[in-house]
Design a protein around this ligand. Structure first.
Ligand code: NI
Length: 187
């Protein structure tokens, strides 16, 4: 496995529609997926889509840290999940607004509306069907990553660009208020 350079906003690959993976079991796709997991963990981030390492194919990786799990969800982290040709079905379209960052837009965070509950379907690296029911942060991460496969960045989804901010400023302000810092990892 290897850490790959992360492509940043302005690169055309981040604005293109990614191509479906024809052979999920191919060695090249496995290597790409493993490199993406390593790159995500090293960043550190909670998700990564193949276009973010410059490869225009429909492949995402993500994870959900323990502190992001919702009450009522199974405890513990969601370890890195690799999804080939992911598709989202919205189960509950109720909008939840939450803060997001992106490894391809370093330093910035913004408030983004997302569907409250989704079902993720796709394939694993053996070509077997994979399904995940996701709510809250879990659903948010998946929606953010699948957007990358369609050339969509979180800033496109923002309704009010006034919430766009440098994360370090928000952390400084939170520290001044003696409140817990609002930490955010990119995706
Ligand atoms: Ni992102």
């Amino acid at each position: 496995m290897a850490v790959r350079p992360i492509v940043e906003m302005g690169a055309p690959v981040l604005r293109a529609r990614a191509e479906p993976v024809a052979d999920p079991g191919s060695p090249a796709i496995r290597t790409l997926a493993e490199d993406m997991v390593e790159t995500m963990l090293e960043a550190p981030g909670v998700g990564l889509a193949a276009p973010q390492v410059g490869v225009g194919v429909r492949l995402i990786v993500y994870r959900v840290p323990s502190r992001r799990r919702l009450t009522g969800e199974p405890p513990g982290p969601v370890d890195p999940v690799i999804v080939v040709n992911p598709r989202i079905t919205v189960v509950d379209a109720t909008e939840q607004v939450g803060r997001e960052g992106c490894l391809s837009i370093p330093g910035l965070v913004g408030e983004v509306p997302r569907a409250a509950r989704i079902t993720l379907t796709g394939l694993d690296l053996d070509g077997r069907p994979l399904t995940r029911d996701a709510r809250g942060f879990h659903a948010r991460v998946i929606q953010h990553e699948v957007d990358h496969l369609d050339g969509v960045l979180y800033i496109d989804r923002m309704r009010d660009l006034r919430s766009l901010a440098f994360e370090r400023v928000l952390i400084q302000m939170a520290a001044h208020r003696a409140a817990p810092a609002a930490t955010q990892t990119g995706t």
